[in-house]
Design a protein. Structure first.
Length: 283
């Protein structure tokens, strides 16, 4: 996405989710032994907070938590499109290890939404993040293509390939060494419609959006990014930021600025699962 957005000079907030699908119910033939059910990758996270579908067959969408508690979730999109391999091979960095070091130093829990292509490119980093209890890893698609007809100039993913793209991302994330990715999904660019929600419905995931846009993509002023977040945060907020050095170079210093200020205001940092689990989560 980064290359595409840069081409059209548009600052795009990019917009996780363990995929599993059950076989359709079929009549049981008492004359034959029942086939064993396919193992579900949801088993390890079956107790994690999720939203029930709001409408039959549609993936539920979470924006923020309705709560009086001063909690906030910082989320970071680890973006890399399916065709960014040549750019990475020529030295462009789509990761941001310094940001991860800072989050650990400040003891800030966070949720990272990885594209499968990012996990393929940086498997050691993906595994390191996935093994740290301070963080949780979720799904941001494999290709980072759009799930709607128009979304910041991204290539459009056909409806027939949406579910497979999300499943492929989970496969890549697990292959990189993240044993228990969360059953959450973030749409590339944050773009979705009922067609996309219906296509992903059988996966049983919760789509995670946000209510605070940091504006860190292609930003040059860390202070401005921090101030924008501070102005927008409310109890239960989900903040979208990025974990890509090439496209979000000031995210790490912005985090250093905003975290102490939010703590002085009485805010406590939680992972997305902590907000989804809060009573009264709304779409």
């Amino acid at each position: 996405m980064i290359s595409l957005v840069r081409r059209i000079a548009t600052v795009c907030v990019c917009g996780a989710v363990l995929a599993a699908c059950g076989a359709p119910n079929t009549p049981h033939d008492p004359g034959r032994p029942s086939a064993p059910a396919a193992p579900s990758p949801w088993t390890a996270v079956s107790r994690m907070p999720m939203l029930a579908p709001g409408s039959p067959g549609l993936t539920p969408v979470f924006l923020s938590a309705r709560t009086q508690q001063k909690t906030v979730a910082l989320t970071f999109d680890a973006d890399m499109t399916a065709d960014d391999g040549p750019r990475a091979a020529h030295g462009e960095r789509f990761d941001n290890p310094g940001l991860i070091v800072t989050l650990r130093e400040l003891k800030v829990p966070a949720t990272l939404f990885m594209t499968g292509r990012w996990a393929d490119q940086y498997p050691d980093e993906a595994r390191d993040i996935g093994r740290d209890p301070l963080f949780e890893v979720a799904n941001h698609s494999y290709s980072h293509y759009s799930f709607t007809d128009r979304c910041y100039g991204l290539p459009v993913l056909p409806e027939s390939k949406m579910r497979a793209d999300v499943e492929r991302a989970f496969t890549a994330i697990r292959k990189a060494g993240v044993a228990r990715p969360m059953p959450y999904f973030r749409f590339p660019g944050g773009c979705y419609d009922n067609r996309a929600l219906r296509a992903l419905g059988p996966l049983g995931v919760t789509a995670i959006q946000w209510d605070v846009v940091s504006g860190d993509t292609f930003a040059a002023d860390a202070g401005a990014v921090a101030r924008r977040v501070l102005r927008g945060v409310r109890p239960g907020s989900v903040v979208i930021m990025h974990c890509t050095r090439s496209a979000a170079p000031v995210t790490e210093p912005a985090v250093r600025k905003l975290v102490p200020q939010l703590r002085r205001q009485g805010y406590r940092f939680v992972k997305v699962s902590g907000l989804v689990g809060a009573s009264g989560g709304h779409r």
